[in-house]
Design a binder for this molecule. Structure first.
Ligand code: CP3
Length: 344
């Protein structure tokens, strides 16, 4: 398999001497060049929909660091917008959306097949990147998982405990289930279009999976992921899928088998030794350095990076953070992490 891109080799189950590396939110506000391009675009959403500038910010961390993977620059909340929700970002606070609370709200959403009208600029970014990336860099597409996207659509914003979404699920399950169904269909459409445009693997971000307890985890995290992955595999055989059920804890165990994911991304609330013994036994894992090390640096960053590389060295592994890098990170710490992974 030599010659194939390293991330694709790891996702196919190969154990590599040096794990390939990329980083969640690698294009972001910790980089001065990102801030400059974002200023040129005007605001975050204009940047997402400007294919030339979105291509540019996707390439910035590749130029600076030579990551093995480039993640498409976009956002998980573009899908609700494409379904007809209002979306805007409040500087310093985060996303705001029109809320879905009743049957009329879900009935107003556009059919999944109509999302492409809004999302075409994103597919153009993917096409641009296909032609612009270095030959050994893997192009990663992504979407939010239905539960995580639903939490934003129901609350109209990010919430610490996903309370409004849990409340709708408890009080009006019919409406909640219709919303989940619509998001599952839209996610299949969206990821499929990214793959057709040139994405070589895709990642499903279920950032709030950890708040789904008991059977809810099976119904609203595992089942939609399984459906999305099965549909993508049927349409695009051989395209690997990374699933990220963040803070799933014990429920990481079996996630590969239950969903068909080629790789399960681990957050940093589980130890790498636990991840190796309980999750990597079933397939490739990604992760899981705490993003705080990108702020604090020092010997602890080096030690913890080595610990993760060692713990996962017996199986397929893609090195990454446990969650996205934060705006207060020092770009030099990112270089130090990469040097440690690649150089020991
Ligand atoms: O990783 C990358 O570099 C690719 C691009 C990407 C962004 N968002 C760009 C972004 C990806 C993969 C995402 C995923 C995303 N978006 C998730 C899932 C992953 C996670 O972090 O849990 C979620 C929950 C969102 C929704 C979202 N987008 C929030 C809550 C926020 C505000 C918080 C924040 O960090 O500002 C965003 C904004 C956002 N998405 C930024 C970026 C670079 C910052 C926007 C800016 O430039 O001001």
């Amino acid at each position: 398999m030599a010659g194939r891109k390293t991330i694709l080799r790891a996702l196919a189950g190969e154990t590599l001497d040096t794990p390939p590396i990329w980083m969640m939110r690698q294009a972001g506000r910790y980089l001065p060049e990102y801030k400059a391009t974002r200023a040129e675009a005007g605001d975050f959403l204009s940047l997402c929909y400007n294919s030339d500038l979105a291509t540019e910010v996707t390439l910035q961390p590749i130029r600076r660091y030579g990551f093995d993977g480039a993640i498409l620059f976009a956002d998980i909340l573009l899908v609700p917008q494409a379904l007809g929700a209002d979306l805007w970002f409040v500087t310093g606070e985060g996303p705001r959306l029109s809320t879905i609370t009743d049957r009329a709200g879900v009935d107003r959403l556009k059919p999944a097949a109509e999302i492409h009208e809004t999302l075409n600029p994103v597919y153009q970014t993917v096409r641009n990147l296909s032609g612009a990336l270095p030959a050994d860099t893997t192009l990663i597409g992504f979407a939010g998982a239905p539960w995580t996207v639903a939490t934003y659509m129901i609350a109209g914003r990010g919430t610490p405990d996903q309370g409004p979404a849990h409340a709708l699920k408890a009080e009006n399950k019919e409406v909640f289930d219709i919303l989940m169904e619509r998001l599952t269909e839209a996610t299949i459409e969206y990821l499929s279009a990214q793959i057709s445009a040139g994405a070589e693997c895709v990642k499903l971000f279920d950032s709030w999976a950890g708040s789904l307890k008991g059977e809810d985890f099976d119904t609203y995290a595992i089942a939609p992921a399984r459906r999305i992955i099965a549909a993508l595999k049927a349409r695009h055989p051989g395209i690997p899928v990374i699933a990220f059920p963040r803070e799933a804890g014990d429920k990481y165990i079996g996630f590969h088998e239950k969903t068909g994911a080629d790789c399960v991304a681990l957050d940093d609330s589980v130890s790498p030794e636990w991840g190796a013994g309980n999750v990597q036994v079933a397939g490739c894992v990604q992760g899981n350095l705490a993003s705080s090390h990108m702020v604090t640096g020092g010997q602890a960053l080096v030690d913890e990076t080595r610990r993760i590389v060692d713990a996962f060295s017996g199986g397929p592994h893609v090195f990454n953070l446990g969650h996205g890098i934060t705006p207060d990170a020092d770009p030099e710490n990112v270089q130090r992490m990469i040097d440690t992974v690649r150089g020991g």
